[in-house]
Design a protein. Structure first.
Length: 278
């Protein structure tokens, strides 16, 4: 009697990064997958104009394309991919994957082994490094914001980056999906904290499992040389990591109203007087 395969839904979203998206998918399908494991890939194309969807159809016909309206961004795009996956089947695992992240050949094995060692009761946050320096770029961070480096003990993370994250069915059934209230950023951080509230930890992998270059540049709204009108536009862009409204909702939920109000005010103070911050 044949055992049913363990089924993994891979979730991605993209917009006008054809080369990166194709590279990401190429590395994903080159990953070593244990026997009796099966991948289904759900990719939201948020109205790309550079031919991404057409190229994916041609080169990776296995990928299930979902079309966005151009206003989903990362978090809502990932939420839609997850929603469509859940409508399709009751998957054993859900793997978040950023399209600018290139996986190493043994990435899936490492993620699945870590999940098994945690008895599927922890979110597995893939440790990502720079291809140039081989130093940490994305993954988990502790309560002080310090990088959680890969280690054989699978150290716990307080905050997770969504570059490559494995969520078991058990966790998904209790915690749910990414919260679509957040358009772009914050959703991955919020999910890890929501899981913790429900009794699930987040741990990092035992080694680096992929490559992605780190973006340390400050947003445009932090620079005094940028005109105020453009600074306001940048701060309130859905692509911003510190959008005052969404950041306030997030902090109020997890850190309390006083801290949320304080940061709401200081963000706007920095917007008006960026030269005060060095």
């Amino acid at each position: 009697m044949h055992k049913n395969p363990t089924h993994i839904a891979v979730l991605l979203t993209c917009y006008n990064r054809k080369k990166k998206t194709l590279s990401c998918l190429d590395d994903l399908f080159k990953c070593i997958l244990p026997e009796a494991y099966k991948l289904s890939v759900f990719l939201v194309d948020d109205s790309s104009t550079d031919g991404t969807a057409e190229a994916v159809k041609q080169q990776f016909p296995r990928v299930q394309l979902i079309y966005g309206n151009g206003s989903l961004y990362w978090n809502r795009g990932m939420h839609l991919a997850w929603q469509k996956a859940k409508e399709k089947a009751d998957f054993d695992y859900y793997l978040w994957l950023n399209d600018d992240t290139d996986l190493m050949p043994d990435a899936l094995i490492e993620m699945l082994e870590c999940a098994a060692l945690q008895q599927n009761s922890a979110i597995i946050c893939g440790a990502i490094c720079s291809r140039i320096t081989h130093s940490f770029s994305y993954g988990g961070r502790d309560a002080d914001g310090k990088e959680v480096l890969p280690d054989n003990d699978m150290p716990e993370c307080n905050v997770i980056n969504g570059n490559c994250v494995l969520v078991s069915r058990e966790i998904c059934n209790r915690v749910g999906m990414l919260d679509p209230v957040y358009p772009h950023a914050i959703g991955d951080h919020e999910y890890g904290l929501r899981a913790a509230k429900n009794g699930f930890t987040s741990v990092t992998t035992r080694k680096f499992i992929g490559y992605c270059e780190r973006n340390d540049a400050l947003p445009a709204w932090c620079y005094s040389k940028v005109p105020l009108k453009k600074r306001i536009s940048a701060l309130y862009s859905p692509l911003g990591n510190s959008h005052p409204y969404y950041f306030f909702l997030f902090e109020r939920k997890y850190y309390g109203l006083p801290k949320a109000v304080k940061h709401y005010l200081t963000i706007h103070l920095r917007l008006l007087l960026p030269s005060l911050w060095k």
